[in-house]
Write a protein that binds this ligand. Structure first.
Ligand SMILES: C[S@@+](CC[C@H](N)C(=O)[O-])C[C@H]1O[C@@H](n2cnc3c(N)ncnc32)[C@H](O)[C@@H]1O
Length: 246
């Protein structure tokens, strides 16, 4: 893991994200799968499928965390991946996992901030970002920054949780995120207890401020074309993808 020069972790949201993720890194992968009812790996495969990756591609994986998306890309498509995250705890765990799978020749992990990337324009053939925009001050500026480092014609995709649009499913989702998730995470650790209480209200308030239509407009405003979105698992997650204008 190497620190990117000029990494700026100064905003309150950056510090909050780091404090949220540093303490939960060791059990993150197991609990992410269990708490999403094993849907996360299905969402991840769909996210990666939108990128049309080739073995010669150099791909940016933002919010790489414990490198789950980066490892899936490298294994499935034999491409090279640069993973960026601002949590040292998540990246250290990611590095262990990359080494355990013998993927260090394909994946490099860098400490950095997705809002101010230390890469020059058009360096990557494709980029993915997962669960990012709820942790930044300015989603539009962040999407523009990600588009900047992708080559014209390169593809970008994103994955995040979503609030189910169907009212009946949304009631179940509200019950799960406001009652079951806090109860299920309470015995795990203080860090997980905090995550369990924080996540549901954080997802709801994000989509209250920023609708899916706003996000699609932000992608187009960042110079992306053919922008599309698909909700998955009854609207519990959303994948957005597009192509940087040639
Ligand atoms: C829910 S985890 C996702 C990890 C991984 N991509 C996955 O799908 O399992 C979100 C990650 O985003 C990182 N993060 C939050 N804000 C960020 C920012 N501004 N720049 C880079 N990483 C950020 C956190 O440190 C955390 O590791």
């Amino acid at each position: 893991m190497s620190p990117a020069s000029g990494t700026n972790l100064a905003s309150n949201k950056n510090l909050h994200a780091r404090r949220l993720f540093d303490p939960i890194a060791s059990r993150y992968d197991l609990l992410l799968e269990a708490l999403t009812f094993f849907q996360n790996s299905h969402w991840r495969r769909f996210l990666i499928s939108r990128l049309h990756l080739e073995p010669h591609h150099r791909v940016l994986d933002l919010c790489t965390g414990t490198a789950g998306v980066a490892m899936a890309m490298a294994r499935m498509h034999r491409c090279s991946v640069v993973g960026v995250d601002l949590s040292e705890g998540m990246l250290s765990r990611g590095l262990q996992r990359v080494r355990a799978k013998g993927l260090e020749h394909r994946i490099s992990l860098v400490l950095g901030n997705a809002e101010t990337l230390s890469f020059s324009d058009g360096q990557f053939d494709a980029a993915a970002f997962t669960y990012l925009l709820r942790y930044v001050d300015d989603p539009q500026a962040t999407i523009s920054e990600i588009a900047r480092v992708v080559k014209p014609g390169g593809r970008v995709s994103s994955l995040d949780f979503f609030v189910p649009p169907n009212p009946a499913i949304r009631s179940l989702w509200n019950f799960y995120t406001r009652w079951a998730l806090p109860l299920a995470t309470r015995p795990v650790s203080p860090g997980w207890r905090y995550v369990g209480r924080f996540l549901g209200p954080n997802i709801s308030s994000f989509y209250h401020r920023c609708t899916l239509e706003d996000l699609l407009a932000a992608w187009r405003g960042a110079g992306m074309v053919d922008v599309q979105a698909r909700t998955l698992t009854f609207g519990g997650a959303v994948v957005i993808w597009g192509t940087k204008a040639p």
